[in-house]
Design a protein around this ligand. Structure first.
Ligand code: FAD
Length: 383
């Protein structure tokens, strides 16, 4: 009989981390992944491990996850090339500088330390930056890792800890009978007491099977990588508004992202766009002029779930006990992934978590049961 304490749908970073944490606690856990673990967004992203700029509702999860990035060698047996290079967010005007200052003050409440860097200091410390910058904000703790390595490392560690990791196993349906979840894969049906939906850009579709309705869009950040260059860049770079972001990896290539490409989540296809790449290259050169002569060797993108208010759906279902969702990470789920798994483990095994996730609840999109919309009564229009 295929019976487990916990079933997980989705083998991205969030799912593989949840499987690892649950298996380490001694519970039986099965993870179903349609393709290979980490082959979707978790394996093709920019690789930014960034807390700076995260929404305040996300910061507690982001802070918890950041501690796990330091522990990767003990947790999964490799550092996945994680390096705390720092992240420097740049301002192009005094108004943007004021934004950075306000964010710095807010982030302090969460223990996130940011250092403001003035215009002159910026020139001295980072002479490779272009002109027209008013200053920046440095987060020394932020950094980068190799996305191709991380989810597979978590899935291997989860398997070593006893998790049943099933790749090439698309879930075609799931439902609940007498308090137990039934999960259909091919002709087989698996049973579990708890169910975790971490299906990335396909998460809302699975949530809807259980009456949890939320709109999840798709985004496809356009990514580029240059030939290897002599090492010169310190921290990863970003800018207020997020129009361009760059990092240099240890063997010298500079990876940058700018603008959106196209993705079709039904056909599992995503492709970068030439015109977006050209504009991205222009912005990259404006920020780091020495990239003007660098050769671009590859462009790519991926399929990412996006929620309208810019933060994921994370936490218990509003409708079904013992069902937990974590999807629609809207471009932030690589940094959040290790912590997301730890929190999902607590929710599934303990029914509660020590990390504040209230602001990410799916309930923010749902009408209360006694609302006129839910009951089909006419709604009084306010003038
Ligand atoms: C190009 C790009 C750049 C990005 N850059 C960054 C960055 O720098 N920093 C950052 O923090 N985040 C970044 N992100 C976002 C980040 O990659 C994602 O938020 C994160 O990887 C999501 O992880 P996940 O596990 O939720 O989803 P995914 O990695 O998408 O995994 C979900 C898995 O569920 C599986 N699945 C779906 N439906 C089913 C089903 N029915 N049955 C079985 N399996 C199913 C899918 O096959 C998939 O493997 C970026 C994303 C992209 C695309």
């Amino acid at each position: 009989m295929n019976r487990y304490d916990v079933a997980i749908i989705g083998g991205g970073l969030a799912g593989c981390s949840a499987a690892l944490h649950i298996a380490k606690r001694g519970a039986s856990v099965v993870l179903f992944e349609r393709g290979r673990c980490g082959a979707q967004a978790s394996g093709v992203n920019f690789g930014g491990v960034r807390q700076q700029g995260r929404h305040r509702a996300e910061l507690p999860l982001s802070r918890r996850s950041r501690r796990l990035w330091d522990q990767l060698p003990e947790l999964v047996g490799t550092d996945c090339e994680f390096v705390a290079t720092g992240h420097l967010k740049l301002a192009r005007s005094d108004g943007e500088m004021a934004e950075l200052e306000a964010y710095r003050d807010m982030a302090q409440d969460f223990g996130l330390q940011l250092e403001l860097v003035g215009k002159r200091e910026l020139r001295e410390l980072y002479p490779y930056l272009g002109d027209n910058l008013a200053g920046g904000s440095l987060c020394r703790e932020d950094g980068q890792a190799n996305p191709r390595l991380v989810a597979p490392a978590f899935s291997r560690a989860a398997r070593r800890a006893g998790a049943d990791i099933r790749e090439m196993s698309p879930v075609s349906a799931a439902w609940q009978i007498d308090g137990a979840f039934q999960v259909k894969v091919g002709q087989e049906v698996f049973s579990a007491t708890k169910l975790i939906n971490v299906a990335g850009a396909w998460g809302a579709k699975i949530a809807a099977w259980f009456g949890d309705e939320v709109e999840e869009d798709v985004i496809a950040p356009n990514m580029c990588v240059t030939e290897p260059l002599p090492l010169f860049m310190g921290p990863n770079l970003g800018v207020c508004g997020g129009s361009i972001y760059l990092r240099q990896i240890p063997h010298g290539s500079v990876i940058f992202g700018a603008g959106m490409a196209v993705a079709d989540r039904e056909r599992l296809r995503a492709r970068p766009l030439v015109e977006v790449t050209q504009e991205g290259a222009r912005l990259a050169i404006e920020m780091v002029p020495r990239l003007a002569n660098a050769l671009l060797v590859r462009t790519w993108t991926g399929i990412e779930g996006s929620i309208a208010d810019g933060i994921p759906v994370f936490g218990p279902s509003s409708n079904v006990p013992n069902l937990f969702h974590a999807f629609g990470f809207t471009g932030h789920g690589f940094q959040l992934g290790p912590g997301a798994g730890a929190v999902l483990c607590e929710l599934a095994l303990d029914g509660e978590t020590r990390t504040a996730i209230d602001g990410l609840s799916i309930a923010r999109f749902q009408q209360p049961a006694d609302s006129p919309e839910k009951q089909g009564r006419p709604i009084e229009m306010k003038k």
